[in-house]
Design a protein around this ligand. Structure first.
Ligand code: DUC
Ligand code: ZN
Ligand code: ZN
Length: 471
């Protein structure tokens, strides 16, 4: 009988801390050993010339979230969204379970479990989205669910159906402090956006491009500062998600330098897209393909985001995969969206392209090291959201979630090769250097050369521990 189930031979292992030549031995879905002369295995994979990295963890993904009536439904559910994830080298996603106002948190979670059960190609957890922080929710439901392993949740400072006012934010932060949960905050100011939107509409400026004008960086900066101040008042750590440019980045850096426990996340669209992409062909709608919130900015903002990445302001790099169709009856420009950008659904597909774009722009262009790439795409997500030391590294005892990566391979991103259900990728035509060639989920080969070899249902639900960053 062989010593191991699988041996990955001859590759270069990369973790958040080290880069080293070693074979990786896998048994029962777990990494059993790394090194040389490890023993025999039932199967072997030749990884010479390839990087052996922890599978990506994308801690900011939206799948199968219902939309308000009359607006388009999301393009991806759990099956297609997680299929797209593994094709891009990501082996764990953490989507959101959004509480409809008036509905309890357990009922909310159960409805998402139903959508996900047996449908996923990769492992998954859930963050809650709290939209209705009643005394019952904060006093009983949320603390109990945090104990049950739902250790993070998101709150919004904008959107009619989700916005929390300052008093509610403070109550939620206070609850998070008591139950050791990590709060993710969407920082954009509701009133300022409404004011800008109504003024633009009065001026007849309703094309998708004006989505970006309605929520400039000042709006994000003001909300980020307000969230930071509230967090400081309560003395609770928070994570400011999807930071788009210099203004909010500097607020986080300022807070971190003062010793306030604020964490930061940025996403692919903020290093690869600009507001000009939303110009498209105006009301024929192609600009709507790029409508997301916060909106993509400009090249100076890309530089600011890289400054934040290199300077340690951001701990995680996510996709904020939030996919809608462009064409057809569920397309981004259907119904009310033709009348104003305010009705265009906010979000882009991106879970498949996250690691490709980040590797190419980051590692291949010399902006970050391989180890920083692993930290920002995998290890830090695992630590931030209570999945470490099960996920996020190449070492004995970790799940054998592994991506084999060719650092020299050149490709061009194109919709025809994508695995999501959406009918476009916002990264169409991007030239990429560095590409995933094989993805393993707990030791099983689930994707090779863009061909899915895993099965729907391979992915399992992950109960999570407390964040390593919340004490
Ligand atoms: N916030 C997100 O996190 N994702 C999509 C849209 C939004 O506003
Ligand atoms: Zn958000
Ligand atoms: Zn999001």
């Amino acid at each position: 009988m062989a010593d191991f189930d699988l041996l990955i031979r001859g590759g270069t292992c990369v973790t958040a801390a080290d880069t080293f030549s070693a074979d990786v031995a896998i048994k029962d879905g777990v990494i059993a050993a790394t090194g040389r002369e490890l023993g025999s295995a039932d199967k072997e994979i030749d990884a010479s010339g390839l990087l052996v990295m922890p599978g990506g963890i994308d801690s900011h993904v939206h799948l199968a979230q219902p939309s308000a009536s009359g607006t388009p439904q999301m393009a991806d559910g759990f099956e297609t969204g997680t299929r797209s994830a593994i094709a891009g080298g990501t082996t764990t996603v953490i989507p959101f379970a959004q509480q409809p106002r008036g509905v309890g948190l357990r009922e909310t979670l159960e409805s998402y479990h139903e959508k996900a059960r047996g449908q996923a190609y990769c492992d998954y957890g859930f963050h809650l989205i709290i939209t209705d922080p009643t005394p019952q929710v904060l006093g009983q439901e949320l603390p109990a669910l945090v104990k049950d392993g739902y250790t993070s949740f998101k709150v919004f400072m904008t959107y009619d159906d989700m916005v929390l006012n300052d008093r509610e934010l403070l109550e939620v932060f206070d609850c998070a402090k008591d139950c050791k949960a990590l709060v993710m905050v969407h920082c954009e100011g509701y009133d300022a956006i409404r004011f800008m939107t109504e003024r633009l509409e009065r001026q007849g400026k309703t094309e998708p491009y004006y989505h970006g004008v309605s929520r400039p960086q000042i709006v994000e900066r003001e909300a980020a500062h307000r969230a930071i101040s509230h967090a400081q008042l309560i003395d609770v750590p928070i994570m400011i998600v999807h930071v788009s440019g210099r203004e909010a980045m500097e607020q986080i850096r300022w807070a971190q330098q003062k010793g306030i426990k604020i964490f930061g996340e940025t996403c692919t669209q903020y290093i690869a897209l600009t507001a000009d992409d939303m110009k498209g062909f105006n009301m024929d709608g192609s600009g709507s393909k790029y409508v997301c919130s916060p909106p993509p900015r400009d090249h100076e903002s890309w530089d600011a985001i890289w400054e934040g990445i290199r300077g340690g302001v951001f701990q995680t790099f996510s996709s904020d995969h939030c996919p809608f169709f462009y064409d057809g009856p569920q397309g981004k420009m259907t119904g009310k969206a033709k009348a104003s950008f305010r009705w265009v659904p906010n979000g882009l597909p991106g879970v498949e392209n996250r690691m490709q774009v980040f590797f190419s722009e980051g590692v291949s262009k010399g902006r970050i090291t391989l180890n920083e790439f692993v930290a920002l795409t995998s290890t830090n997500h695992a630590k931030m959201y209570g999945l470490y030391p099960k996920k996020g590294s190449i070492a004995p005892g970790f799940d054998a979630d592994i991506v084999l990566w060719d650092p020299n391979r050149e490709e061009v991103i194109t919709q025809s090769a994508m695995h999501h259900a959406a009918d476009y990728t916002p990264y169409e035509g991007q030239k990429i250097k560095g590409w995933p060639v094989m993805t393993l989920l707990r030791g099983k080969k689930v994707c090779e050369e863009g061909k899915i070899t895993g099965e729907v249902g391979d992915g399992t639900f992950l109960k999570r521990d407390y964040s390593a960053f919340v004490s």
